[in-house]
Ligand binder design. Structure first.
Ligand SMILES: *Cc1c(COP(=O)(O)O)cnc(C)c1O
Length: 225
């Protein structure tokens, strides 16, 4: 079942790329394994998936332990990170998708042994329940990161509301794209901001059409029937 789902998703990613004349190589599919065990995660890796994501620190560490070092998996932490857990995880991951406060950035600075690839999470939709900076806070936040040489801003991340219409989702993603370009145009060495982490099982096609370079897909990979 996983193989079929993966194949279908890869095909849909290809179709979305073709629709807007983008290169397939510019999209990384990150498999979100939070709802499955290590056996399912291993199956994905055997099928060629290179990037795995978890939204909880303990779960990521547990999954990572079940793989051998030479498997060259890229690990993504996609969820909110509490400051007290930074030291446990920050040197174990390849990407952190949910940077949303200066205090968290300062803790990363303190604990990281090398620059960490971070996405700044932006709450584009304005939903109360969502983490992330307000769009209008983004530029001053980026400026404040200049002195933190362990925080390397690869891009921006957002989540669309679960119940948003397709048009609303599209507007949210295109707004994040505009924000990403506006940071990128500053040509900051510590914040190249070339990447966009957006799109999940239900909206990754729209996300790719609007410029996503990392899509985070969970349930669509593990769905039955
Ligand atoms: C769970 C999760 C996903 C994957 O969502 P699906 O709808 O299962 O594809 C993506 N991003 C974040 C931040 C998540 O927590």
């Amino acid at each position: 079942m996983i193989a079929e789902n993966l194949h279908r998703i890869e095909q849909e990613i290809q179709e979305s790329c073709a629709l807007v004349s983008r290169n397939l190589q510019d999209i990384t599919m990150v498999a979100v394994t939070k709802s499955v065990d290590s056996i399912a995660a291993k199956e994905l890796v055997e099928l060629g998936v290179t990037d795995l994501a978890e939204n909880r620190v303990d779960k990521l560490l547990e999954k990572k332990q079940s793989f051998s070092h030479d498997q060259q998996i890229k690990w993504h932490l996609i969820g909110n990170l509490q400051r007290r857990k930074v030291k446990l995880i920050i040197n174990e991951i390849d990407y952190f998708h949910a940077l949303d406060s200066l205090r968290l950035a300062q803790e990363i600075q303190k604990r990281a042994e090398h620059p960490i690839h971070c996405f700044i999470e932006v709450n584009v939709s304005g939903e109360e329940s969502k983490h992330g900076l307000k769009p209008e806070e983004l530029h001053s936040f980026v400026e404040e990161l200049e002195k933190l040489d362990k925080v390397y801003v690869v891009g921006l991340m957002t989540m669309a509301p679960y119940d948003a219409s397709q048009q609303e989702v599209r507007t949210i993603f295109s707004t994040l794209k505009q924000l990403q370009v506006s940071v990128k145009e500053k040509n900051l060495q510590y914040a190249p901001c070339t990447e966009l982490s957006m799109g999940m099982s239900q909206d990754f096609k729209t996300a790719i059409e609007e410029g996503a370079t990392f899509v985070r897909i969970g349930t669509a990979l593990f769905r039955k029937g």
